[in-house]
Design a protein around this ligand. Sequence first.
Ligand code: NAI
Ligand code: MG
Length: 491
Amino acid sequence: MGQHLLTTVAEGRAFMQVIDGKAVDAISGQRIDVACPSDGKVFASIPASGVQDVDLAVQAARRAFEEGPWARMPAVERGRLLARLSRLIEKNADELAALESRDTGKPARQGRADVAGAARYYEFYGGACDKIHGDTIPFLDGYTALTLREPHGVVAGIIPWNYPLQILGRVAGAALAMGNTLVVKPAEDASLTAIRVAELALEAGFPAGAFNVVTGYGSDAGAALSAHPDVDYVTFTGSPATGTAIQQAAAVNNRGVTMELGGKSPQIVFADADLDKALPVLVNAIIQNGGQTCSAGSRVLIERPVYGKVSAALAERFAKLVAGPHDADLDLGALINPKQRARVAAMVAEAEEAGAKVLARGAIHKDAPQGGWYHVPTLFGAVDPASAIAREEVFGPVLALFAFDGEEEAVRLANGTEYGLVAGVWTADGGRQHRVAKHVRAGQVFVNGYGAGGGIELPFGGFKRSGHGREKGFEALYDMSATKTVVFNHG
Ligand code: NAI
Ligand code: MG
């Protein structure tokens, strides 16, 4: 990808949202400035939609669901549309990757990886469309009973800013595969690629109203969408507090929800672990995307005999990490906005005041633009498990280390937060691999590896405060549909 595209893509462009197959502005005409986190400069704008715009999008999605080609389309045809969208994403990969990096500040290679991940979601769910089906059920004499998997109807997807392309892919891929129609509200800080993907969906041949994107603030467009009485199902990824607000809004209409609300995911390193294999993964699991990853490995629990060795090795690696602009493609980029940077800085300062010891700090590149929203990678050692930095999601490049004695304490510490999204276990002992995987409360457990955000095929979601429902893989298709039981009495 040309360096040029990374710093010039969409320059000065006034983006439109996609409602009912058309590019439209907000009814109010109000706009939100789009700034690049690498330098803090405004380069484009998006519509600032509200209640009325959301209503138009939901009405369009409703019409597409009830009438027209989408309502009667065979599963194999939906699959072909999704496959075509996947290929169009690949064809436009350079532009999409540059848009994603400029909009979020993520390093260029991460932008490219996110495009590949997004294309893979539409490919996977395109292939799954005509391979999911119901059951026949042995019932009373003279009866035949069977189940059908039916779409919910209009699905609302409220998307965060950390992996806009990928999270849109996992929501839209599964929802559309099951025959739902979709209204997506991307985050106000990262809406550009959602708009482009909805445009590409039209190019792929999706009928008007099947795939709508409404942009705007969460408190306006997001709140209106989650409370809309004609939305049948809501799926959300983001903070627990906003998740509560969205569930309350959906509860007024008694609608179902999928909630993916982040984590404080532990990696457990036993004394017999293969450290050469573990160390780069431990660092990458927190540094990828500047730590702004729901499944970031933000805690490392280390068995006491190797605590000194592992913490020293991690400190050595952390001290070499460098943050800089997305086009420089360094270890990490800037954080999404000044508020997120201030939040991370406050949590780091609070941890230091509470007595946590900084083992190492990385750097911000000397040529990084002054106006960018950078935060230095920070490694805390021997953290008190009761402290805030040990329990709360930071969503920044901050890693906390803990020492433990034995398997039982490891599991207790791993489960000692309100979250339960992902966990990693590093040990050569096969019995221990199974025991720990069983006893850790997390939606995904990796043994001798870790996959922050990866694995389109792998069901993903939380226990406890990390949320409920499952996305990714074949399981997402169950969340995006409902069972209808049909009983024939032919006796
Ligand atoms: P947020 O959860 O408020 O925003 C996520 C999405 O929800 C955005 O599209 C936003 O416009 C929308 N939204 C906000 N308020 C809404 C409402 N009342 N009704 C409907 N939609 C609404 O997250 P925010 O404020 O950007 O970040 C705060 C913290 O959330 C971060 O520091 C991080 O800890 C966590 N977070 C977690 C994510 C994850 O992947 N689990 C992603 C983004 C943030
Ligand atoms: Mg942005």
